[in-house]
Design a binder for this molecule. Structure first.
Ligand SMILES: [Zn+2]
Length: 410
């Protein structure tokens, strides 16, 4: 034992007891973009049985070469937590990647083993009771991967301590700028619109903007949020387009989703809102986050996800990989996440003029087939709607209004 310990101590650059970082084999696809973090050191150790090349994955998802590492060799590397490091063979073919944890650790490049299991929780037809059990199990797996389990499970929850920063009149509704607690340490801002004339209780919609969007984007140019506000819905919107992490020990997707769950908390706390009639809607990244919010928060009674329904293989290339986080592909593809909405109503919209490498209608229809399974098993096939509209990467407002009018009894 003494001999073994002394061996561990003399390994160059390796701290005894350092975390062994999880290896994500290439079958799980390309790494997610790096996001900002704190300075740490990692130690690559090449046990692949062949020479490899190392790449730092930049914040935009592209690769920066960091030289080679010969078979059997080790190397200390200064980096940051939340960085992704891709490993390829000498021909540039990806072998897998590491995601740097907050304390750094040992990045051991393993010999090739069998194919890792992908999409282990893929849904297949079963009884309604088994379907609900599958949802429960998947939801808790995803909460862990999103690193949201502690926040979601916390009791008592964090007080909102909402404060109105400003209010102005906009036709038939009030437009409030609000600030409230997301976590114990972070306050976020949101827009909250409330009809001037309330016929209580009121339906409400969490409206979600896409890449580079702000809390105002869905209201601009008579956007769908403005239309909903004018039609008498309470609406709320916060910014979820950040490509960074606010707090250590969380995930970017988890922080985005948590802020949206806090918007639901805000709606539930509003005396004007009927907590049984809260929906969510968004396009593109907003459609993705509507998928996540509807999937993970049962208080959402109806979900509208536009410009996003597809499969993960399609988003590996030609797209920002902020949708991705370690472990996700091992468990699910997008149809499973959407399937967590069932039996609650879900409408997906995809445009016939989507660009060919994006969220095309044929890809959406293939994914839709897989979501239909659980709606059938739960006896509510009518609660899943699909709209192939004539536009491009946009939300079709007419179908959105029809959906919420029917599903939130507006
Ligand atoms: Zn992105």
């Amino acid at each position: 034992m003494r001999k073994l310990l002394s061996l561990i101590f003399i390994l160059p650059g390796v701290v005894a007891g350092a975390t062994t970082m999880e290896w994500h084999a290439m079958e799980t696809g390309l790494p997610p973009n790096s996001i900002s973090g704190t300075a740490v050191e990692i130690n690559f150790e090449n046990r692949a049985g062949r020479d490899v090349q190392l790449y730092w994955v930049k914040y935009n998802g592209t690769l920066q070469p960091y030289g080679g590492l010969k078979a059997g060799e080790s190397r200390a590397q200064k980096t940051y937590s939340n960085a992704s490091w891709l490993v390829s063979d000498m021909g540039g073919r990806p072998l897998g990647y590491f995601r740097v944890p907050s304390g750094g650790g040992l990045a051991m490049i393993p010999p090739r083993t069998g194919e890792p299991l992908l999409r282990s929780m893929k849904y297949s037809p079963r009884t309604g009771e088994q379907a609900l059990a599958w949802q429960k199990q998947l939801k808790s797996s995803l909460l862990r991967l999103l690193k949201l389990d502690a926040l979601v499970g916390a009791s008592p929850g964090i007080a909102l301590q909402a404060r109105t920063l400003s209010t102005r009149e906009e036709g038939s509704y009030f437009f409030h700028e609000i600030e409230f607690n997301s976590t114990a340490k972070v306050r976020i801002r949101a827009v909250l619109t409330v009809p001037k004339v309330i016929k209580p209780p009121c339906p409400a919609v969490v409206v979600i903007a896409g890449h580079s969007g702000t809390r105002h984007s869905c209201y601009e140019d008579n956007g769908f949020a403005t239309v909903l506000a004018e039609k008498g819905y309470v609406t709320v919107s916060t910014k979820i387009s950040q490509h960074s992490l606010r707090e250590e020990g969380r995930t970017m997707m988890g922080e985005r989703l948590w802020d949206l769950m806090r918007c639901v908390d805000l709606l539930v706390s509003c005396k004007e809102v009927d907590p049984a009639r809260i929906g969510c809607a968004g396009n593109s990244l907003g459609g993705e986050m509507a998928m996540w919010l509807g999937a993970m928060d049962k208080r959402i009674a109806a979900t509208l996800s536009a410009g996003f329904l597809t499969r993960m293989d399609q988003l590996e290339q030609n797209h920002c990989r902020c949708w991705k986080f370690p472990g996700l592909r091992k468990v699910v593809d997008f149809p499973e996440i959407y399937s967590l909405n069932a039996p609650r109503p879900l409408m997906c919209q995809n445009g016939l003029k989507e660009r060919p490498t994006w969220f095309t209608v044929p890809l959406a229809r293939a994914a839709l087939k897989e979501i239909k399974l659980i709606y059938n098993d739960l006896g509510v096939p009518q609660n899943l709607e699909f709209v192939a509209h004539k536009g491009g990467h946009v939300i079709e407002i007419e179908a959105l209004l029809r959906f919420f009018a029917a599903r939130l009894r507006a």
